[in-house]
Design a protein around this ligand. Structure first.
Ligand code: ATP
Length: 243
């Protein structure tokens, strides 16, 4: 495995009962990279991300994170990983700083380091000025930042974000995209989206899922975009994507 390889997943599959949700997904991400997971609703993005994060057991396949076998040593591997689920587990009546302190405790940040870790997460996500506010009183965009802050509070090497811009207004979307670019500087990011233009703008590489199958993996754009071709080929009968 190359030295800068942070995560590698091979032949990942997940069945629900007899139904195949994800089949034979192969992907990797290197330090300093952003990998986009692109697909329409039901394509298998959340299922894939949950397997990468160790919150859902694959039916088949292997995952190595920082050289550690995620399925054999999940606790060790998960220390290197931060996850923003599609619906972040926020506590509305909690203050931002208090919530992040709780997240740092859950992520096993040593007690003596927690304050510094929370300050760093607040700073990294642009939340320092609202640290004392109740989460319920923040805009949706700021609540999403809190979700991202809880994912980075233990300084993971890899951050996995499930549709981080979904449901946000255009300004909030821009803010979260800038935040993803900032996060990339000293770690790797994987995020899912159904917006082709978003992954083209932010990602070094993209994996496209369609009905649980990987239909493309590679550069997000080129002279004539292979992504676009892949979409028009595979998504001919699907509604057009927002770009
Ligand atoms: P969305 O963009 O709507 O979140 P997605 O690309 O994240 O979609 P998944 O949520 O991974 O897609 O779902 C992939 C497929 O697996 C879908 O057909 C979905 O109905 C099915 N699925 C997901 N979770 C379960 C479950 N717990 N039990 C049964 N089927 C499931």
């Amino acid at each position: 495995m190359p030295e800068d390889r942070l995560l590698e997943a091979r032949h990942l599959a997940r069945h629900y009962g007899g139904r195949e949700a994800v089949s034979d997904v192969n992907l990797h991400v290197n330090r300093g990279e952003v990998l986009g997971l692109l697909g329409l609703n039901g394509a298998g993005k959340t299922t894939t991300l949950r397997m990468l994060c160790g919150t859902l057991a694959p039916s088949a396949g292997e995952i190595r994170l920082c050289g550690i076998d995620l399925l054999e040593s999940p606790i060790m591997a998960k220390r290197q990983l931060g996850y923003l689920p599609e619906i972040p587990p926020l506590y509305p009546d909690t203050r931002v700083r208090e919530y992040l302190h709780y997240a740092a405790t859950l992520r096993r940040v040593p007690r003596r380091d927690r304050r510094v870790a929370v300050d760093a997460a607040l700073e990294a996500t642009g939340l320092a000025d609202v640290a004392h506010r109740l989460i319920r009183n923040l805009s949706k965009g700021y609540q999403q930042r809190v979700g991202i802050a809880q994912a980075v509070v233990h300084s993971p090497a890899l951050v996995v974000l499930d549709e981080p811009t979904a449901g946000l207004d255009p300004q909030q979307v821009q803010d979260i995209r800038k935040l993803i670019q900032r996060l990339q500087r000293d770690r790797a990011v994987i995020f899912s989206s159904h917006i082709l233009g978003e992954v083209q703008a932010l990602c070094d590489r993209v994996v496209i899922l369609h009905q649980g199958r990987q239909v493309y993996a590679g550069a997000p754009q080129g002279g004539e975009s292979r992504v676009t071709r892949s979409f028009s080929l595979r998504f001919r009968s699907s509604p057009p994507l927002e770009v």
